[in-house]
Design a protein around this ligand. Sequence first.
Ligand SMILES: CC(C)(COP(=O)(O)OP(=O)(O)OC[C@H]1O[C@@H](n2cnc3c(N)ncnc32)[C@H](O)[C@@H]1OP(=O)(O)O)[C@@H](O)C(=O)NCCC(=O)NCCS
Length: 345
Amino acid sequence: MTTAQSHTPQGCKIPVGILGVGHFAPPEIVTNQDLAKFVDTTDEWILSRTGIKARRRAASHQATSDLAYEAAVQALHNAGVEPRDLDLIIVATMTPDCPMPSTSCLVQHRLGATRAGGFDLNIACSGFVYALITGSQFVASGTYRRVLVVGADVMTRFMNWQDRTTCVLFGDGAGAVVLGPVAPGYGLLGVHLGINGAGGTNLTINAGGSRLPSWSDNIQRQDYYLQMVGPEVFRFAVQVMGEAALKALHSANLTPEQVTLFIPHQANARIIEAARKRLGLPLDRVFSNVEHYGNTSCGSVPLALSEACQQDRIHDDDLVVLVGFGGGLSWGSAAIRWGGLLRES
Ligand SMILES: CC(C)(COP(=O)(O)OP(=O)(O)OC[C@H]1O[C@@H](n2cnc3c(N)ncnc32)[C@H](O)[C@@H]1OP(=O)(O)O)[C@@H](O)C(=O)NCCC(=O)NCCS
């Protein structure tokens, strides 16, 4: 974590909070038993090493913008915000529908968010937390009042279904939030972002960019697939998850004892458990849905946040901590005081 900087948005004039949350996961469920039919694995191995029982897979006609759109519609509805009132749309994804146009443009068009600007943000599985913090800066500065932040990925398109060390881990999903001004003392209180490119080769998709374009000669099929040095990523994740949460908390003069709900990146139940212990949190202060979805990359944190809201696990005045980590290597965290919604004039 040598390259990380901690910042708190204390100097910001306008407190920024989450006005509404939504999520979407494609309906097809792929269980561990389903995977064991074509790759050398077992339900017992996957469950004991990762906590994952099943994941969702997008239908062949579905791409990332389709999942993002559904999550966005739900978040807008829950926030009571019309698409035409959006000022900005940020889509965090590492699996855009295509290199161009930006997924944000596809979502904007389908929503009819005619006034909005937008862009995609790619920092692998940390993307949603980065996009959340980026979007909040526009509201905090008074530049915009309504920002839609979506995290969405269709990871199953980038899996080598013969590679048991990766294909059992990932699934497809999306989550979204609408950001806006909230009352003083609420919203994003502390944030923290970090990257460490030295570890980047541990988690890669090598082809499809400018170094290995899709039309390159001698390109290996596996270069299009996600590749991972699992134990290295595991070590990194166990270290970074708790540390990143602490940095966001400390930047706002908060402590783990004050955390009501910790919502970490849903990559592996053992990584989540290590972070829980590092933070000294009881089991009921950690939210996890990794068993149902696997690792949905940018969808992971907002999908978990949205399900936590649906399950009535978050209430006004609660202190919620979000942590993402992933390829890059990268990580990001945010401590959020829930509630403080303002009456719009
Ligand atoms: C992938 C991960 C679950 C592997 O767990 P692990 O306990 O480290 O297991 P190892 O990689 O050491 O492999 C142990 C053995 O299980 C085997 N194995 C790996 N995947 C398997 C599977 N799906 N089914 C059965 N056996 C499997 C390995 O081949 C290895 O066999 P060997 O000892 O004969 O060589 C773990 O490393 C992990 O979670 N890493 C982080 C992944 C992550 O979060 N990535 C996304 C970041 S955003």
